[in-house]
Design a protein around this ligand. Structure first.
Ligand code: BTN
Length: 214
């Protein structure tokens, strides 16, 4: 991948959303300092000396929602860590989040521009985990793993995602009822079940962290 490195950006996702037409498929925008990082559900993603970057893919229908957290997991494993994925695409280390993914798609003139933003904590952040690694070597390994995962067929990707998942078979409360997470759909939803029904729930409909029953 071709890395374009900025000393400071508000948010690598916001930047690419505003400038995607100036970049090519596979380009990655990296910010050494991100001042207004964004997370899912309009949350703030704080970062200090952390790895923050966004990749641009054009008309690429790969399952990025699975590839992105897996690429981070594979990379962290290579550095000796034992990460897990919390659905949909958070990466956890020792029960605390170490990495988050923000995927945004833009349609323009019948093309789909997918912006895959990844943040990995490489410095202390309270209530989170972090990895004691230099950002650029980590970035290179994450990108290498991403390329490898882009070549996986969907079944292999899905099996790998399931293997790293720490939410399978966990209980959740959804709309006031208890369910068990029984599976994931290739398209990214979770499949939950209780004695009354089986439901498919999309990632933007549920904040899993506040629904999990421990
Ligand atoms: C989340 O956990 O809710 C997603 C966090 C995603 C953070 C990354 S950091 C790089 C990219 N730029 C952003 O503003 N957000 C993503």
């Amino acid at each position: 991948m071709n890395n374009i490195i900025f000393n400071e950006l508000e948010s690598t996702n916001t930047y690419l959303k505003n400038h995607y037409r100036e970049y090519n498929d596979g380009d990655a925008v990296v910010a050494l300092k991100q001042t207004s990082g964004r997370g899912r559900f309009d949350r703030v993603w704080e970062s200090n000396e952390d790895l923050t970057f966004s990749m641009l893919f054009i008309n690429n229908k790969a399952l990025h929602h699975m590839i992105a957290p897996l690429a981070v997991c594979y990379a962290l494993e290579e550095f000796g860590y034992s990460p897990m994925i919390k659905w949909p695409n958070d990466v956890y280390l020792n029960d605390k989040k170490v990495s988050g993914v923000l995927i945004e798609n833009i349609c323009y003139k019948s093309n789909v521009y997918s912006i895959i933003g990844i943040g990995v904590n490489t410095s202390y952040k309270s209530n989170y985990s972090y990895v004691d690694l230099s950002r650029m070597p980590l970035l290179e390994v994450v990108e290498d793993k991403y390329q490898i995962l882009l070549n996986y067929d969907e079944k292999r990707l899905y099996e790998s995602y399931r293997l790293y998942s720490n939410t399978l078979n966990k209980e959740i409360t959804y709309n006031g009822e208890k369910y068990v997470i029984i599976d994931y759909a290739y398209s990214g939803e979770i499949i939950i079940e209780n004695k009354n029904r089986v439901l498919k729930v999309a990632a933007n409909e549920i904040d899993i962290k506040s629904c999990l029953i421990y």
